[in-house]
Design a protein around this ligand. Structure first.
Ligand code: PMP
Length: 369
């Protein structure tokens, strides 16, 4: 098919989808590859979406989002960062925030630095939008090393993309590291994009944000999907410098047009919803996974999100071999190469009921013997 662009044929389909498809053919398997929470959407949020549809909030909204949601986001951000006055737009999930931001910033060949392991979309989305992805290895605790980031900067570097709590590691970056990277961005005049999609699902210390250290050059991206269990609603937001958000809104006008209108209205209710019970349940799942895998695997203890990224045990040549064996035992996890230039770890998602999770962990732990 001659009419398909090399820009897209050069990009492989998402490595996660492969495991999604395997999971579909194995309904009896314990699926620890899932990227969304297993809790019910709180009833008031569901009701708000239904009422919004009934109230005829079904047409286009302003591209930047409905005023009541932008105001609610602004109020929440002012409580969290009292001195910060960002411009806010509503996006189609965090993916929509990343897409509009990269489209607004990247000229052909501009470089974007991000830690390796990384969220699957980063390298391909950067490439799709004309940029050059530059994965920078994270340290042994999966924290960004400011010296490695500094060494990777070239005259073409425009953006450092941070993700904490992180997918696939579940690690929350230490305050001092975030501060050092923020100072590096300021010294080298780079934009910081902070993907904080898992900020609500945090189990130990509060999540440090570069907004606290370089508010003038941080684009904050957050989502409703993981926090409230509405991944299919495609709702998120971007907050940052007015001149950048203005260009992102322009991209949105010509692409997504707006985030789903009724979901935006329900988003106001979501921001009023206390998720502490769900967060506590996920903290317990984190503790359960850590307890079950301790001794069997080497791993960094996760503090947020719902993933853990253990090292493949000795005896397996690489993560593909380990994952194949796990799938033969009816437990689905994802090999590290999907998230990394390396292939010696695997990602386990603990967003499943506790009994299944325990059983899955025990089957995996037995493979390490
Ligand atoms: N960033 C990270 C780190 C993610 O894990 C995900 C979803 N798995 C996204 C962005 C995209 O999220 P959304 O569904 O809000 O587009």
């Amino acid at each position: 098919m001659d009419f398909i662009a090399r820009r897209i044929t050069n990009i492989p389909p998402s490595g996660i989808r492969t495991y999604f498809d395997i999971a579909r053919t194995m309904p009896e398997a314990i699926n620890l590859s899932i990227g969304q929470p297993d809790f019910e959407v709180p009833e008031p949020i569901k009701r708000a979406a239904v009422e919004a549809i009934r109230a005829n909030r079904n047409g286009y909204s302003a591209s930047a989002g409905v005023p009541e949601l932008r105001e609610a986001i602004g109020a929440a951000l002012t409580r969290e960062f009292p001195d910060w006055r960002p411009t806010i737009m509503v996006t189609c999930g965090v993916s929509g925030g990343l897409t509009t931001a990269l489209a607004a910033c990247l000229d052909s060949g501009d470089e974007v630095l991000f830690g390796d392991p990384y969220f699957v979309s980063y390298p391909y989305l950067v490439r799709l939008l004309g940029g050059e992805p530059v994965p920078v290895p994270l340290d042994a605790r999966f924290m960004p090393d400011p010296e490695r980031f500094a060494a990777a900067i070239t005259p073409r570097t425009k953006i450092i993309l941070l993700n904490s709590p992180s997918n696939p590691t579940g690690v929350v970056y230490e305050r001092a590291r975030v501060q050092a990277v923020a100072e590096l961005a300021r010294a080298r005049d780079l934009l910081l994009i902070s993907d904080e999609i898992y900020n609500v699902l945090s189990y130990d210390e509060p999540v440090p944000s570069p907004v606290s250290f370089a508010p003038e050059r941080t684009l904050l991206l957050r989502g409703f999907g993981k926090s409230y269990g509405v991944t299919g609603w495609r709702l998120g937001y971007a907050a940052g410098p007015a001149e950048l958000i203005e260009q992102m809104v322009k991209v949105q006008q010509y692409t997504f047009v707006c985030a789903p209108h009724m979901a935006q209205v329900a988003g106001v209710e979501a921001l009023r919803t206390n998720m502490s019970a769900q967060v506590a349940a996920y903290r317990n799942k984190r503790d359960l996974v850590v307890a079950e895998l301790s001794g069997a695997f080497e791993f960094v203890r996760p503090s947020g999100g719902f993933y853990i990224f253990p090292r493949v045990p000795r005896g397996f040549p690489d993560a593909n071999a380990f994952v194949e064996t796990a799938i033969a035992r009816k437990v689905i996890v994802i090999p590290g190469r999907v998230f990394s230039r390396q292939n010696d770890h695997f990602r386990l998602s603990y967003a499943v009921p506790d009994a299944r999770l325990r059983e899955g962990c025990r089957i995996l732990a037995a493979l390490s013997k």
